[in-house]
Design a protein around this ligand. Structure first.
Ligand code: AMP
Length: 388
């Protein structure tokens, strides 16, 4: 039996999951506050353990993970390690076994994803040290979108400059869109033209035609597209120029766009649960924020319906998409002319698996499909090292 360790490394946190080749989760956990006095939370068959420890860096985080797993009776001897990496740029359109050259190429892409690629690489380096000789597979969030045609990935700016600097739409959340669209096809018993709405803290829409991404709302960076927890999505680039010309620094604009926009910018909280609670107690700012949030999504659904030439399913996933009947209802409201409707009882049922929330016999099924990026990374990692 093979086991695969999935590592998702952020700047101050490291998530992990160990799976076997029957896709059973043997253990999982999270190391938080890397860089100082940290904590590991490990979940296994015997429940959850929480341990405080000094975690100066990612190497220490992996060592803590190995000690905690061993203490919980879990022998961490993976046959392959799969890493979530955010930006694969134009080069990596498929998972790749990491060697020094790949590591250097990913490092060069840090310019395009300064918040995400460097911490991902720290995880890769630490795991190469911790598990010498074990293949490490990088799975990129951008890779699923490599099939987007040029007319949808090209920004209409100076073509030479764009080519020189790699400025184009790459798209993100690809691992989630890939997993969810495949699960939706499995649920329906057929491939087709799907719009997948990944609505979490980050959010993106993806048009998937027979398993291939043909359009997505995030762009060069994960700032474009839908309204998110702390990012506002689509914005006239002229607004950025205006802010820069009227006295804000580049770093201030960066902080505004990444942390003080989206639901957080509109209401003070980036957590949709807070916004829903505020709206139900009559806060007009929260009500407006929910309207902007749903309006933006509906615009993408309409655009993607046009690009796909029709729609065979609308699919909700991630924290908000899986858990908020109210947001799902707000998004689909008024789209009956496109064949999209929600059945209120199915929408508010507390089921957890893939399910339909549209009325029986609906023209276009509306689905909720829980995402599982770890499982998708594990599948890619095992496939990348499988004998051909
Ligand atoms: P994710 O990034 O996929 O983990 O999603 C996280 C986000 O999902 C949180 O910030 C919440 O805004 C949202 N969320 C989680 N549970 C609920 C819920 N029951 N209702 C509304 N939003 C939720």
């Amino acid at each position: 039996m093979s086991t695969v360790l999935v590592v998702n490394s952020g700047s101050s946190s490291l998530k992990y999951q160990l799976l076997d080749d029957a896709e059973r989760v043997l253990g999982s956990g999270l190391v938080e506050r890397i860089g100082g006095a940290g904590t590991i939370t490990h979940r296994g068959p015997d429940g959850e353990v929480v341990v405080d420890a000094d975690v100066p860096d990612h190497t220490a985080a992996l060592a803590l993970m190995m000690r905690t797993c061993a203490a919980a009776g879990l022998d961490l001897a993976p046959d392959v390690v799969g890493h979530r990496l955010v930006h694969g740029g134009a080069r990596f359109s498929a998972p790749v076994v990491v060697d020094d050259e790949v590591e250097a190429a990913v490092e060069e892409l840090a310019d395009l994803a300064p918040l995400h690629n460097p911490p991902g690489l720290l995880g890769v380096r630490a795991a190469r040290q911790a598990f010498p000789g074990v293949p490490q597979v990088a799975v990129f969030d951008t890779a699923f979108h490599a099939t987007i045609p040029p007319e949808a990935s090209t920004y209409a700016i100076d073509a030479d400059l764009a080519a020189e600097r790699g400025i184009r739409r790459y798209g993100f959340h690809g691992t989630s869109h890939e997993y969810v669209s495949a699960e939706a096809a499995r649920f329906l018993g057929r491939e087709g033209r799907f719009v997948v709405l990944h609505l979490g803290n980050g959010a993106s829409a993806c048009a998937v035609s027979d398993g291939r991404s043909i359009a997505t709302s995030m762009g060069l960076t994960p700032l474009e597209g839908l309204v998110m927890g702390t990012r506002g999505g689509d914005l006239d680039p002229g607004a950025v120029l205006h802010l820069l010309r009227t006295g804000m620094s580049v770093d201030e604009v960066d902080a505004l766009l990444n942390r003080r926009s989206g639901l957080a910018g509109l209401t003070g909280s980036g957590d949709l649960r807070d916004v829903l609670a505020a709206a139900s107690s009559g806060d007009p700012r929260a009500e407006l924020a929910l309207d902007v949030y749903a309006h933006r999504i509906r615009g993408y659904v309409g655009a993607y319906l046009a690009h796909l030439g029709g729609l065979d399913a609308l699919v909700f996933t991630a924290g908000v998409g899986e858990n908020s009947p109210e947001v799902r209802a707000r998004v689909v409201e008024g789209l009956a002319h496109l064949g999209l409707q929600i059945d209120p009882a199915s929408n508010s049922a507390r089921d957890r698996g893939a399910r339909a929330i549209s009325p029986d016999g609906a023209q276009v099924p509306v689905l909720v499909v829980p995402t599982n990026e770890e499982l998708q990374i594990a599948r890619h990692a095992l496939a990348a090292v499988a004998p051909r």
